[in-house]
Design a protein around this ligand. Structure first.
Ligand SMILES: Nc1ncnc2c1ncn2[C@@H]1O[C@H](COP(=O)(O)OP(=O)(O)OP(=O)(O)O)[C@@H](O)[C@H]1O
Ligand SMILES: Nc1nc2c(ncn2[C@@H]2O[C@H](COP(=O)(O)O)[C@@H](O)[C@H]2O)c(=O)[nH]1
Length: 420
């Protein structure tokens, strides 16, 4: 497939280079596919645009400066109808400095920001990922979403479901106490009132219904559900802030929520906690003493439905019976492979990803995008030529694209010899 980057029409001059690249990942003499790459001096203070052609659509990623700030604008030209569409843009946008862009595949465009740290410079504009498709359906209009590229592979979040009173919270609390640096809790939003001793921002984000519904409609939630008469939901930020700390995220959500996460782009491990018997579940729920009789009855009715769904094909990876708390906890630890060495990330060979960098996109193969330093200055530990490995991108929750690997091609001679 040949990706085309048509650059910066509005800057006047264009300098398309037709490059043949023989990078470090290719065998000697083996030729990478040709890509047309526009290299443009991004000196304009007013406006910078990239146009990326994807099938019948052209995505124009523009940056405009006014006195106070610089912002991205996205427009889509539908070539069939010759109309311009202004999509809803979800997600936090990259710091808008100058950038270069290239199509990765039909789902996303890679955008490389300049003049900021390398760690923060890799972004993706999602144009047809599962998340974007889902949001397009919800909104009934065109949607795109920004997603930050994050180096390294995070461990899969763990979704824990089960009927109310089965002991999910108790098990999670034990895990967090024993492994405070390994696990982080996804703090859900809910419209229910806080219980005694529940702290806003720690146990839940207690929210008003209309604000929560508005945030859901703006795509800020990974999942949400009406549970026992209240609205509950996991914000994208709740999961990503834990993962960004290098911790494995634990979600305590109901079965409807588990189903939604299964259908999302977030890869997770799904565990259903069962009671030893329905009578014992009722006993625990009553003994907790946090619900009225009416609420207990509602939760018990819902428990039957949840227990029925625990065997839904393809939904849960593991069923865990919480009879004796200690042995159940030991079984949970086994499921989470807590004896194994934890590998948080790998594959980044840049010593100092925090240093300010100014790389632009040079070319692309099936699995790598090559970046060239614009200033000729070398980032500490990296060469003036970098390869961004796209082969193991994992998606993460919307808003982040994880699994990025960046390799420096240490010798400029080695790297560039093949470019003719
Ligand atoms: N194995 C167990 N044996 C006896 N009691 C237990 C066991 N596990 C948890 N409990 C108790 O059961 C009650 C309910 O537990 P917990 O609040 O953790 O349930 P939960 O699944 O998180 O409920 P909810 O979904 O309503 O938040 C608590 O009082 C807890 O101390
Ligand atoms: N779908 C979601 N379900 C959630 C979320 N947070 C909690 N829950 C589930 O709600 C019930 C009741 O919880 P409680 O704290 O009121 O007892 C329980 O099954 C939780 O797992 C969420 O973000 N999404």
């Amino acid at each position: 497939m040949v990706a085309t980057v048509v650059g910066a029409w509005f800057l006047g001059r264009r300098h398309p280079l037709w490059l043949r690249f023989v990078g470090s990942s290719l065998g000697m003499g083996e030729e990478a596919p040709e890509f047309r790459v526009d290299r443009i001096t991004l000196g304009s203070k007013d406006c910078q645009q990239n146009a990326i052609v994807v099938g019948d659509k052209t995505y124009v990623i523009g940056r405009t400066d006014d006195d106070s700030k610089s912002t991205f604008g996205i427009k889509i030209l539908d070539k069939l109808t010759q109309t311009w569409i202004v999509p809803t843009v979800l997600g936090a946008q990259p710091p808008s400095k100058s950038h270069s862009a290239i199509l990765v595949n039909e789902e996303k465009i890679l955008v490389v920001e300049k003049g900021i740290s390398l760690n923060d410079s890799i972004w993706f504009l999602e144009i047809d990922t599962p998340f974007v498709k889902q949001q397009r359906k919800i909104k009934g209009s065109e949607v795109v979403s920004w997603s930050k590229g994050v180096l390294g592979v995070a461990q899969k979040p763990v979704v824990i479901s089960g009927p109310s009173g089965v002991g999910k919270g108790t098990l999670i609390a034990k895990l967090m106490k024993e492994y405070p640096l390994k696990f982080g809790f996804s703090v859900s939003h809910t419209t229910r009132s806080p219980r005694v001793k529940e702290i806003d921002g720690v146990h839940y984000h207690f929210a008003g219904r209309s604000k929560m519904e508005q945030d859901i409609s703006e795509g800020e939630f990974l999942e949400f559900a009406h549970v026992h008469g209240n609205l509950y939901g996991t914000s994208i930020e709740a999961v990503e802030s834990v993962t960004d700390e290098g911790k494995r995220c634990i979600l305590d959500i109901d079965v409807q929520g588990a189903r939604s996460v299964r259908a999302s782009s977030l890869e997770a491990k799904f565990i259903f906690v069962c009671p030893p018997s329905f009578e014992e579940l009722e006993k625990r729920l009553r003994a907790r003493g946090t619900e009225t009789e009416e609420q207990i009855q509602k939760r018990l009715r819902n428990a039957r439905a949840e227990l029925d769904q625990s065997n839904s094909p393809g939904l849960f990876d593991h069923l865990l019976v919480n009879d004796n708390l200690e042995s159940c906890y030991e079984n949970l630890k086994k499921l989470l492979s807590l004896d194994d060495d934890h590998k948080d990330s790998d594959g980044c060979f840049i010593e100092d990803g925090k240093a300010t960098a100014c790389y632009s996109i040079l070319s692309k193969t099936e699995s790598e995008v090559f970046l060239q330093s614009e200033t000729g200055e070398v980032v500490k530990g990296a060469a003036s030529l970098l390869a961004v490995d796209l082969s193991s991108l994992t998606g993460g929750a919307p808003g982040r694209t994880r699994g990025l690997k960046i390799h420096s091609i240490n010798s400029i001679d080695n790297g560039l010899k093949g470019i003719r």
